[in-house]
Write a protein that binds this ligand. Structure first.
Ligand code: HPA
Length: 247
């Protein structure tokens, strides 16, 4: 996939910078919804212009329920981005999503609350409902899967992302409920990010990195050092996949 329109990468936990990015400049962009989480980093990967945004700020201090998702997506749109790849650390619920695995989800269920979740709330000329049957852009999902194949990286090609409120992790019973409802991975930032991208007409796909077994799915408790270690181990695969994506 190569085109000269800038593609955005929103980096999540453990992915607040990407080493191969050739930095061109940073720019603090302002929107009518406030400032995005961090200055936008303009960069190039294999000749492809990219805009990188650290979802939780740089340094990483904004928790998932406090991220200004509306400002983040609007800022990216304002600088000409048409497609967004969202990197996200998640917990694995299904057997096909063990720690360390990359997953490209195709569905999402929103369990968040109290977040600014739409651009269509104020100053409306008419009530607007976006179609959200398929929350991720299929062409972008397929490009990620193809890049994973070319880079020989094992990837789980489908999944249902449970977007939970956080910042606490879930109880074992909550994970059993999410599993019963069809969720295969769980994270805290998937919504409203995906819906806002759709409202703005941006292409959007998620590259999820499984950081841990979700609560109750292993006999261990979930610790931040374990999560960080797993994410660190996945860095190389993520970088290779992105290199392949833009080659
Ligand atoms: N639950 C929710 N969000 C997460 C998890 C989890 O287990 N791991 C990483 N982000």
């Amino acid at each position: 996939m190569s085109n000269k329109t800038p593609i955005a990468i929103i980096g999540g936990s453990g992915f607040s910078s990407l080493p191969e990015l050739m930095r061109i400049k940073t720019e603090q962009v302002m929107t009518e919804f406030g400032a995005p989480s961090a200055p936008l980093l303009f960069a190039e990967l294999q000749g492809q212009p990219l805009v990188f945004l650290a979802r939780h700020g740089d340094p990483h201090i904004i928790p998932p329920h406090r991220v200004n998702y509306r400002a983040n997506l609007r800022a990216l749109q304002q600088v000409g981005v048409k497609q967004v790849i969202a990197l996200a650390a998640v917990g694995g619920i299904a057997q096909a999503c063990p720690p360390g695995r990359l997953v490209v989800p195709d569905q999402i269920i929103d369990y968040t609350y109290g977040r600014e979740q739409t651009y269509f709330a104020e100053n409306l000329a008419q009530v607007t409902h976006i179609d959200f049957t398929y929350p991720y852009t299929e062409g972008l999902r397929q490009a990620l899967l193809q890049a994973a194949g070319q880079a020989n990286i094992v990837v789980t090609a489908q999944g249902t992302y449970a977007a939970t409120q956080g910042p606490r992790l879930e109880t074992a019973a909550e994970i059993r409920k999410l599993e019963h409802e069809g969720c295969t991975i769980v994270g805290m930032t998937g919504m409203p990010e995906a819906a806002l991208a759709r409202e703005l007409g941006l292409g959007y796909a998620c590259l999820a990195v499984v950081a841990n077994w979700a609560a109750g799915k292993s006999d261990r408790l979930i610790t931040l050092p374990d999560i960080e270690k797993t994410l660190q181990g996945a860095h190389q695969s993520v970088n290779q996949l992105l290199l392949e994506l833009f080659s």
